[in-house]
Write a protein that binds this ligand. Structure first.
Ligand SMILES: NC(=O)c1ccc[n+]([C@@H]2O[C@H](COP(=O)([O-])OP(=O)(O)OC[C@H]3O[C@@H](n4cnc5c(N)ncnc54)[C@H](O)[C@@H]3O)[C@@H](O)[C@H]2O)c1
Ligand SMILES: O=C(O)CC[C@@H](O)C(=O)O
Length: 633
């Protein structure tokens, strides 16, 4: 709150493209020319003139006169225009409407636009007509708009300067606007600061002159420590996206108002440590290792999004103990992996990896040697989770007999038969496919002993994680002819970018399909993932909802009732009682409280009523064993 001894400076707002997202005259032209064949052309001309005037390329008076001359508008178009503009108030101004109503006596709208449409729009924000300084239209006897009242100073070049001089405000003045004429007020010495307002349009020539750039009005309120609707300006939330997730992910984060930085490939540990400072949301895929060292350097990290299924590349427990919630996309690419696996089974059974290159070299090798139908064969699925169980259903439809092995008790689908041991599965299967997760214990899960237990001529597929198979042992089993073929999509070491060469003992072996970790790389899967993960993260940030987090206690919260306090603490006895003691001591009324814990942390959400003083927040931050605390307004 501003100190009463030093009241809020006078805030001079531009209207077009600042208070509203659009230019009033452009909208008026669209309405007036609606249905006419030349509408698009004339609106385009008006927009071009607006832009040239705003960037300082054309003097204001000429830009206005030329626009009005081609407008063709009538008094009856003003009412629909006002309705349209009311729906196009800038988002951050709309959400901080209470601020405008509270400080309306310190706020002026000074615009080269027209009073006829500005006054009714800003009135909803408590701004009275005497604080609106704008042009006025002239009309002919039939109500057609003929121009701007030339006696109004705002119709002239340098009009805003003349207007500010006439206003002679008795205190510091801050100007917020997107146009050159707004900056000129400061240049003329009539304002103490000029804020380039870029929420709707960003003009390089204007930004270059600004004391500060405001991507949203929240940023202004935050800088001046004024009351605001959000707890933190979204434009300050930095997102770092690695490994090229679908473009939709960046688009969604940007639409939320976050700053997004993208790095096409992966980063190694040291590179990531250098980049992670100040980042609030980190987006990765399977390659980037988010180690304890990385997390120690991550001073602002709130959440990590794994744009994939696997999360073994993230130090999940360390993230949890630092209050960083991790989300993944647990089934967005499941179907893609199933389809690839099925295709590979058929292709390996027909020894296509050998026949295809020969054909390209001009060799016609027509023979049935080593080729078999998959109908009636036994498929052993190791890991009967989302992928394994879906593969089970689709494989049975193709006539395969399915065996499965999983360390967890799983629902048996269709006619699939559960094996009690891995050995039981390996000994009976013509084809073995791995769909276990990448937990560290699964390193070399399939080694020479397990390979020896497989049937002679059997096929092995690994579309799970590289380290679960001992690759030299697999290469030996293929070379010796014990195995009839293999398909491998994942490797213990995978190149960071497409420019890095790829090495493996499996290169050049007969009947082996090698793919560059593309099991989930389909347009459908990548798009699904790029929508699913940002959605989870934004829900977490905006509401505290941790549903489907892979390392946080999962809470699905009801709609926020008032202020929401989000408290993450070490799971030791008595923390909830301490939180509630603080609230009771400050006479804060609890509207709802939700707690969930796991072995390491407690996650408690408390909805409280509107009235509380800032000391409560400080006292809650100081509760012993607090890991992270934030307030949602
Ligand atoms: N190639 C790709 O592009 C690609 C795409 C998606 C997923 N994946 C990987 O596929 C794997 C499976 O994905 P999912 O979505 O089905 O995972 P999931 O978590 O649903 O299923 C994994 C299953 O493996 C079981 N399991 C774990 N360790 C085991 C062991 N030692 N023995 C027997 N069972 C064990 C678990 O109990 C679980 O049922 C993961 O490793 C994932 O990272 C790869
Ligand atoms: O796209 C990736 O990097 C990983 C795909 C896959 O391994 C997953 O875990 O979902």
């Amino acid at each position: 709150m501003p100190d009463p001894a030093a009241p809020l400076p006078y805030l001079v707002f531009d209207f077009d493209s600042t208070f509203t997202q659009v230019e009033g005259l452009d909208e008026l032209a669209e309405i007036a020319l609606h249905g006419l064949p030349n509408q698009a052309e004339v609106v385009g001309q008006i927009r071009a003139l607006t832009d040239r005037g705003m960037s300082g390329e054309l003097n204001f008076q000429d830009s206005l006169a030329q626009r009005l001359a081609i407008l063709g508008a009538h008094r009856r178009h003003l009412e629909p225009l006002v309705e349209r503009l009311k729906g196009k108030v800038s988002e951050s101004i709309r959400r901080n409407g209470d601020f405008f109503r509270q400080f309306a006596d310190r706020i002026y709208v000074v615009s080269s636009g027209f009073r006829e449409f500005i006054e009714p729009v800003v009135a909803e924000f408590g701004i009275v007509p005497s604080h609106v300084l704008a042009n006025t239209f002239t009309f002919d006897a039939d109500g057609r708009i003929t121009g701007a009242d030339q006696t109004n100073v705002l119709s002239r070049n340098g009009g805003k300067i003349l207007q500010l001089k006439a206003l002679d405000l008795p205190g510091p003045v801050y100007v917020l606007g997107d146009g050159y004429t707004d900056y000129q007020i400061r240049e003329a010495g009539l304002a103490n600061r000029f804020y380039a307002y870029t929420e709707n349009v960003s003009r390089p020539s204007v930004v270059a002159q600004a004391d500060e750039v405001l991507p949203t009005f929240d940023e202004f309120l935050y800088q001046l420590k004024l009351p605001m609707t959000l707890s933190y300006p979204k434009n300050r939330i930095k997102v770092l996206l690695l490994e090229n997730p679908d473009a939709r992910a960046a688009e969604l984060f940007r639409a939320e108002g976050y700053q997004v930085e993208e790095v096409r490939g992966g980063l190694d540990e040291d590179e990531l440590i250098e980049r992670i400072e100040g980042v609030s949301i980190l987006g990765i895929r399977s390659k980037t290792q988010v180690t304890e060292r990385v997390l120690a350097a991550a001073n602002r990290l709130i959440s990590i999004g794994a744009f994939c299924i696997g999360t073994n590349q993230i130090a999940l427990d360390e993230a949890m103990s630092r209050g960083i919630a991790v989300f993944n996309a647990p089934f967005s690419n499941t179907r893609s992996v199933v389809e690839l696996t099925l295709g590979e089974i058929i292709v390996l059974a027909r020894r296509i990896p050998e026949k295809n290159p020969k054909m390209h070299q001009g060799t016609w090798d027509k023979s049935a040697s080593g080729a078999f139908e998959i109908r009636g064969k036994t498929l052993g699925i190791v890991g009967y989770g989302n992928i394994g169980s879906q593969l089970s259903v689709v494989s049975e439809a193709l006539g395969l007999k399915v065996l499965y092995y999983d360390i967890a008790e799983k629902l048996q689908l269709g006619n699939a038969v559960k094996c009690k041991t891995l050995e039981e599965l390996l000994k009976q299967s013509d084809i073995v496919t791995l769909h276990i997760d990448g937990r560290p214990d699964n390193k070399n899960f399939i080694g020479s002993k397990e390979l020896a237990q497989m049937k002679p001529g059997a096929l092995l597929l690994n579309n799970a994680r590289g380290h679960v198979v001992d690759v030299p042992a697999l290469a030996a089993a293929l070379r010796s002819g014990h195995l009839g073929g293999a398909a491998v999509d994942v490797f213990p070491y995978e190149p960071k970018t497409n420019d890095e060469p790829f090495e493996t003992e499996l290169r050049g072996l007969p009947n082996v399909i090698l793919t560059p970790h593309i099991g989930g790389s389909t347009a459908e899967a990548q798009r699904n993932i790029a929508e699913f993960v940002p959605e989870r993260i934004m829900q977490y940030i905006n509401t505290g909802n941790t549903q489907q987090s892979v390392n946080f206690p999962n809470i699905q919260l009801p709609l926020q009732q008032a202020h929401r306090l989000i408290h993450i603490h070490a799971n030791v006895p008595g923390v909830l009682a301490k939180i509630n003691n603080v609230l009771a001591a400050h006479h804060v009324n609890i509207l709802g409280q939700y707690l969930k814990t796991n072995e390491q942390i407690g996650y408690v959400i408390t909805d409280i009523n509107k009235e509380y003083d800032q000391d409560v927040i400080q006292a809650l931050r100081e509760v012993e064993h607090t890991i992270k605390f934030r307030v949602l307004y």
